[in-house]
Ligand binder design. Structure first.
Ligand code: ADP
Length: 407
């Protein structure tokens, strides 16, 4: 076959005698090479053999190769050679394996030994090529140690994580319990304060006639307003902690379009009063807890009404896009007064408010976030096209398998 000439092709250098060349290769090879006869007596060794074993070549030649092996291999070697010559059954010859080699100073070295057989003039010779495995063994030992250390660390970290998880869920439960008990038990004394105030008001009205001075009227109104506010906060906290106590949310099919229409119907008088225009795009059927999802939509739509821009009529839009892994993203957009970018994550915190001039206690969005998280979704705010806000949340679609459920 014709090979086109490449840049590397040329006439080889004039070759020395093949015998000289091979001898030089054997002599200078990096790995020890030992040639033995069929009785196991060493006939030739190269320089690398001298170095590895710590003998001069003269000391080796004529000696049985088994003297380079520690016991019990040493005693077994002659028998092994003999049985190979008789039966042809090889355990190393033509195969190669890892063995221990014995040095002049009595120390041993792990080596990979490859043996091949040469037949010359009806006699067998064997060539053993050895490769020192000390370095490889060191690296392997280091690797094993590193692996062992890593496994140990992974085990420790896993155990720590498990402990923290247990502690965390316990402290979460304690906290929920605390929020529930605190808010629940605060209701009764607060009712007493309110009733006391009303009684005091009646009593003072009777004794002083209807003629409270302005300051007394103002003080009474302020106190009543503070009590009412506290009642609202406690109610909010209670509904927030009830979300936790209710266990896992139920997994029903919920038609979000129907649900949105019901919520909008309920709010219709208020929507008409503020001249709102509501656009509801196609909304999906999702999987979740109908009562909680109703509360979520209601909180978001009521906020959109409350935080509308007094300068323009309110425009409200509900929209949905299908997301990854069977989740749906629902968007509730308004053209209201908007929320500053740095406040957009914070308004989901308990009692956090970005516009203090408005009525409210700052729990609506915290409740929304809990509901969404309990459905395995996220909630976040983006700015709307006209300076308003878009509240996005994700909920599982009907086909999504809840995490942890076997298919
Ligand atoms: P509340 O309305 O009782 O203050 P929320 O938790 O519902 O409590 O809302 C937290 C804060 O987020 C509100 O105080 C308000 O500053 C801001 N916010 C909520 N919804 C909107 C909205 N649609 N447009 C502008 N700001 C909003």
């Amino acid at each position: 076959m014709h090979h086109p000439a490449t840049g590397a092709d040329r006439e080889p250098d004039r070759q020395p005698d093949a015998r000289d060349l091979w001898q030089a290769v054997l002599r200078t090879a990096v790995d020890p090479i030992i040639i033995i006869d069929q009785d196991g007596v060493m006939a030739h060794v190269n320089e690398a053999t001298e170095q590895l074993f710590g003998y001069e070549a003269d000391e080796l030649i004529g000696r049985n190769v088994s003297s380079l092996m520690p016991e019990p291999h040493r005693s077994a070697h002659d028998g092994y050679l003999q049985s190979y010559l008789v039966t042809g059954e090889a355990r190393i010859i033509g195969i190669g394996r890892e063995v221990e080699a014995l040095r002049a100073d009595g120390s041993t070295v792990p080596v990979a030994l490859a043996v091949s057989e040469i037949k010359l003039d009806g006699r067998s010779w064997f060539t053993g090529i050895l490769h020192d495995l000390t370095k490889r063994h060191l690296v392997e030992a280091e690797l094993r140690e590193a692996k062992h250390g890593l496994e140990e660390r992974v085990r420790e970290r896993t155990a720590q994580l498990e402990t923290s998880m247990v502690e965390l869920s316990r402290s979460n439960r304690d906290l929920e319990q605390f929020a529930y008990i605190a808010s629940h038990d605060l209701q009764a004394p607060l009712r007493n304060v309110r009733q006391g105030l009303e009684l005091l008001d009646d009593h003072l009205g009777e004794t002083l006639g209807q003629h409270f001075d302005d300051e007394a009227n103002e003080l009474r109104d302020l106190t009543v307003a503070a009590v009412v506010r506290m009642e609202e906060m406690i109610d909010g906290l209670l509904s927030y902690s009830r979300l936790e106590r209710g266990g896992e949310p139920t997994q029903n099919l919920v038609d979000l379009r129907l649900l949105a229409e019901e919520v909008i119907d309920q709010m219709r008088p208020e929507l008409i009063r503020v001249g709102a225009i509501v656009e509801v795009e196609k909304l999906p059927t999702v999987s979740g807890d109908e009562i909680q999802l109703r509360q979520l939509l209601q909180n978001l739509l009521e906020n959109a009404c409350k935080y509308r821009d007094p300068e323009r009529s309110l425009r409200l839009s509900l929209d949905a896009t299908e997301g990854d892994e069977g989740m749906w993203q629902i968007s509730v957009g308004d053209n209201g007064i908007g929320i500053e970018a740095e406040q957009r994550n914070r308004v989901f915190d308990l009692f956090r408010r970005a516009h203090p001039g408005y009525e409210g206690v700052g729990l609506g969005l915290a409740i929304c976030q809990r509901i969404v998280e309990r459905h395995g979704g996220d909630i976040w705010i983006e700015s709307g096209p006209n300076g308003g806000s878009v509240f996005n949340f994700t909920v599982p679609g009907p086909t999504r398998v809840p995490s942890g459920t076997e298919t």
